[in-house]
Design a protein around this ligand. Sequence first.
Ligand code: MN
Length: 245
Amino acid sequence: MSHTLFISDLHLCHTRPAINSLFERFLRDIAPQAEALYILGDFFEYWAGDDDLVEPFHTAIAQQLSALAQSGTRLYLMHGNRDFLIGEAFQHAAHITLLPDPTLIDLYGQPTLLMHGDTLCSDDVEYQKFRLMVRSPQYQQAVLAKPLAERKAMIEALRKKSEEEKSYKTEAIMDVNAEAVADALRKYGYPRLIHGHTHRPAMHVHSVDGKSCERWVLTDWYNAGGYLRCDASDCVAHTLELVGS
Ligand code: MN
């Protein structure tokens, strides 16, 4: 049966070989049967700019995606909060299409809203301010004008800072805000919602203005991997165990 797959928050990085081979296995054994694969952000642990495609690890990932696209699976990518500098060159190398966040698609007749999910975490006011800054074209132009090594050092410092902040931000602040979810569902005509980012895989049902909407939260790929498979009848979440675990 024709179906579509959704993944997010793989945080691919050359220092996490077990997850990288799990992703390779997913690309080889599971993804080719799907008509489309959507990657909803934080595909890479970080992305310093498309000039970093020269790194062999990045070249290999782009080639694997490109091979999947050429075998007939359509590929879509949404930026996450860690890889929002992915641009034209990566799209071209990986045969993947960048999607704006949010994007509303027709999924086998059911309107489905796709997001990374960070914009729904509106209680984290500090992060939302930061997001506004780093997503502005002026900021990105200024950053991309710096040498690659300098950009990588900058990102490393930001990651450290964010790890420290996570230790005192409460669990509630880092989850989605119910009103932000309701607003998004209302704005897009009460669709099904699929997003990642929070690393809290689940299916929630939201009742908004008397309408009932499913919200699927995708799993991260830290201790295991996983994907959401949707066809004309429903969506089902699947887990991918690491080999040897
Ligand atoms: Mn994220």
